[in-house]
Ligand binder design. Structure first.
Ligand code: UDP
Ligand code: MG
Length: 286
């Protein structure tokens, strides 16, 4: 089993470790760290070196990539280097759907055949969400998660998620499966063709008249007053290039909607209409 693990050393130096079964091949990227062996570093940092592993140090210097600060749960295996696709999933009390969602997402990602990571942001859940995320992370190499100290709302959770992504493309997805993860395949194809932003555009929704009224009114006001180039209908489902991610994070906007920000920045986008399903499990908190 091949796996790439990135360790963050206390001094800020980075090391990428290639795991081959129970053998670890350390690819050191920092001269200071190269002077030392991994055995020296044992017990020093936020990682656990499991018994029975052997180390070869150092082998090759890798080009440095974006630094990620992942919470370490032992040597959890994170897909590293050249992550093609990052999936960000904000979750708040989603114990009822989480496992099924991950199963469905996995099927789509496996079909795409690219190196991916799934970044869950637990937005202060009080149910079994955190526990389930921990379990999922242990059983799937590409999953990582971070937990916010309390419930900050979906916007903040999405931004925190973006902060943790390394992919060349990013998709933000809700866990409740109202927006079909399968649409990602088509979105990915558009991105491959060169579009930096792909919007899943609700052409209709199976929601209550009241819910429809509020979000439609908000959306058409936005369209009329501020953002003339946005598609009709709302959008909760976007797929975008890492460049868009970086621009959005640079804005450091905390009182806005990042989907609107993306269109506001003026990227040409593709629009894929779909019907937004009713939430079948759990309830909406908007
Ligand atoms: N969510 C979140 N924090 C919140 C509320 C919701 O992270 O405070 C997540 C939620 O778990 C889901 C997504 O954001 O994955 C969309 O939430 P919801 O389905 O309640 O919103 P709606 O579909 O009604 O817009
Ligand atoms: Mg929903």
């Amino acid at each position: 089993v091949f796996s790439f693990v990135r360790l963050l050393f206390p001094a800020g130096a980075e090391t990428t470790v290639l795991g081959l079964g129970n053998t670890m091949l350390a690819l050191l990227t920092h001269p200071e760290v190269m002077e030392r062996t991994l055995a020296d570093l044992e017990g020093e940092g936020p990682w656990v070196i499991e018994e029975g592993m052997r180390y070869f140090v150092p082998v090759v210097a890798l080009p440095r990539r974006t630094k990620v600060d992942v919470e370490w749960r032992g040597l959890s295996l994170l897909a590293e280097t050249n992550v093609a696709l990052s999936v960000v999933v904000p979750v708040f009390n989603e114990e009822a759907v989480l496992v099924e969602f991950q199963r469905r997402l996995n099927a789509v990602l496996a079909g795409l055949g690219v190196r991916y990571e799934v970044v869950y942001i637990d937005d202060g859940s009080t149910d079994q969400t955190a526990h389930l995320l921990q379990r999922l992370q242990r059983s799937h190499p590409g999953i990582s998660y971070a937990r916010l100290t309390r419930n900050f709302g979906k916007e903040a959770a999405m931004t925190a998620g973006l902060d943790h992504t390394r992919g060349d493309a990013v998709i933000i997805l809700d866990a409740d499966m109202q927006d079909p993860p399968e649409l990602m395949v088509e979105m990915y194809a558009h991105w491959k063709k060169g579009f930096k932003l792909v919007i899943g555009n609700r052409k209709d929704r199976q929601e209550s008249p009241m819910q429809k009224f509020f979000s439609n009114t908000f959306h058409s006001l936005m369209k009329k007053i501020a953002l003339k180039n946005i598609p009709d209908g709302g959008f909760d489902f976007v797929f975008f290039d890492r460049q868009v991610r970086e621009e959005v994070l640079k804005l450091k906007e905390s009182n806005s909607n990042i989907f609107y920000l993306m269109t506001w920045m003026g990227y040409a986008y593709v629009n894929i209409p779909y019907v937004r399903k009713q939430r079948e499990i759990g309830t909406s908190r908007w």
